[in-house]
Design a protein around this ligand. Structure first.
Ligand SMILES: [Zn+2]
Length: 196
């Protein structure tokens, strides 16, 4: 039987991270589209991002039937955080310009591509990518690419690029604690052997 979980952060009882999750304001709106295969993953970093940002939403699904109202938000310009032809580097967003609706597919590369394929509205959005992203702290899970960031890290970096006058580092705190906990549970020795 699975142990009881916190309803909010979905962590097992006794490992709840809610006390570490901030509630940060942002001009940028964040819409995370999570593939169902990510929902029950122990390191559900997309959920940490959605909980930590007051202007963020997380939708779970594969085919999103009614996506248009989520993408067409007055005053916001939707941009898909995903590489592709014509993708431009994300840059600072001036305070008085139209705000960004950052649309973030969450899943492995394969699953994220599938989300785009199944949802043409997503695939049609202008794309942005991160420049000079920091190295990932996501050392546990096999990353889809050597320099790939977790969804939470990517969102944090994107927000700090768009809104350099603010810091979003507090978003990463529950993630860091989660990783430290996983390393401790696994044993440093095993961790180094498998991930060093
Ligand atoms: Zn919790």
């Amino acid at each position: 039987m699975p142990r009881a979980c916190c309803q909010r952060c979905h962590r097992p009882e006794g490992h709840c991270l809610c006390a570490l999750i901030p509630r940060l304001e942002s001009r940028t709106r964040v819409l995370i589209l999570q593939h169902p295969s990510e929902v029950n993953h122990a390191l559900n970093t997309a959920r940490l991002a959605a909980l930590g940002l007051s202007n963020a939403q997380l939708l779970v699904g594969e085919v999103f039937e009614n996506l248009a109202p989520w993408l067409n938000v007055p005053g916001y310009q939707p941009r898909l955080l995903f590489p592709g032809e014509g993708a431009t580097a994300l840059t600072e967003q001036k305070v008085d310009s139209e705000h960004t609706l950052l649309v973030v597919p969450d899943g492995t590369w394969r699953k994220a591509r599938k989300l785009l394929h199944l949802n043409p509205l997503l695939a049609a959005l202008p794309r942005v990518t991160l420049e000079s992203a920091p190295a990932s702290r996501y050392r546990i899970r096999k990353a889809p690419a050597p320099d790939a960031l977790s969804t939470l890290e990517a969102i944090t970096h994107a927000l700090e690029t768009l809104e350099p006058e603010r810091t979003f580092q507090a978003l990463l705190r529950p993630f860091e604690v989660l990783i430290e906990g996983q390393i401790a549970a696994m044993g440093e020795e095993t961790f180094r052997r498998n991930h060093g």
